[in-house]
Design a protein around this ligand. Structure first.
Ligand code: ATP
Ligand code: MG
Length: 289
């Protein structure tokens, strides 16, 4: 099992969108996956189309990790049913090799997690998500959607993770924020999480026609080298419509969704490559320098 946190210092750069894009790719690839929605706003749960019954949300599981039986409290994403109904070759004509048996579950977000989103969370609190995920052995991949801060919840996510993927838009403030976050990961790793490594940086909402974006991408490449993951995710005109419909990108009709789905397939493969869940891919060593 690999646990990957999707984080950023800045809000609104696309953490939830990248998390759900990767979850969509994992579902299409038949990788049993759990999405942990650690943001008190619970946007990932909405986008993943969950309909909880009487399950505990992640906030309540974190409150009593030893008593929270994860397997009884996850909720399947509504996308699994879409994938099943579409079967092989979903709405956009892509092959769905694992669609009939795939697992995409959600540990549902709630405002209750907010009680842990404070600076200076103690070691015991930092371990809460790791304790909950002790019951996640059935999944090959766990994606943790983090809130937009480096407070307690994000640090709790890092403590439980093998890797952190940072999301950044190619703009001045975002690039500076990513550098600060990289430093924060390094410090956190030394003190609390020696196994943690940065999986890399996902450049999101890239407009190839923008001279500023081209400049900032080049700057990011020179600053972060191989940590800047490929492919970049472009600005996608219908992204909000797809999220609003609680659909996966792999099951949205049209060429632009098909293209975006292919980018997330490649991004997932590159992210997982270090840990060996996915087939060998294109990525090289990305350890911290
Ligand atoms: N590649 C993209 N193309 C077009 N719109 C996008 C893209 N990525 C994200 N968005 C849009 O930008 C907005 C913010 O994205 P998202 O919610 O994923 O960011 P976030 O980092 O999770 O935000 P927060 O910090 O509030 O959790 C959303 O309306 C989303 O639909
Ligand atoms: Mg979000």
């Amino acid at each position: 099992m690999q646990v990957v946190s999707i984080s950023s210092l800045k809000g609104g750069v696309g953490k939830t969108s990248v998390t759900t894009g990767l979850a969509s790719a994992a579902l299409a690839a038949g990788i049993p996956t759990l999405v942990v929605d650690l943001d008190p706003h619970a946007d990932a749960s909405t986008a993943l189309g969950v309909s909880p019954d009487d399950q505990l949300d992640i906030g309540r599981m974190l409150k009593s990790p030893r008593r929270a039986h994860l397997a009884d409290n996850v909720v399947p994403s509504g996308w699994v049913e879409h994938a099943r109904l579409n079967g092989r070759g979903g709405a956009n004509g892509r092959k769905q090799p694992g669609a009939a048996t795939s697992v995409l579950d959600v540990a549902v977000g709630s405002a209750y997690t907010g009680i842990y989103d404070r600076p200076g969370l103690g070691r015991r609190d930092l371990r809460r998500l790791s304790a909950v995920l002790a019951g996640a052995g059935n999944y090959e991949l766990v994606l943790v959607d983090c809130p937009p801060s480096l407070n307690g919840l994000t640090r709790m996510a890092w403590s439980a993770s093998d890797k952190v993927a940072l999301v950044a838009e190619p703009g001045l403030f975002s690039v500076a924020g990513t550098e600060r976050t990289m430093r924060a990961i390094q410090l956190f790793r030394q003190e609390f999480a020696p196994k943690l490594s940065p999986a890399g940086i996902v450049a999101n909402r890239v407009r190839s026609s923008s001279a500023e974006h081209t400049f900032r991408l080049a700057e990011m490449e020179s600053m972060f080298g191989q940590l800047l993951l490929s492919p970049h995710i472009p600005e996608q005109a219908n992204w909000q419509q797809i999220q609003g419909a609680a659909h996966s990108i792999h099951h949205w009709p049209g060429d632009s969704a098909k293209n975006a789905a292919g980018l997330f397939d490649a991004l997932l493969q590159n992210l997982l490559n270090q840990g060996g869940v996915a087939p060998a891919g294109t990525v090289r060593d990305r350890s911290l320098r």
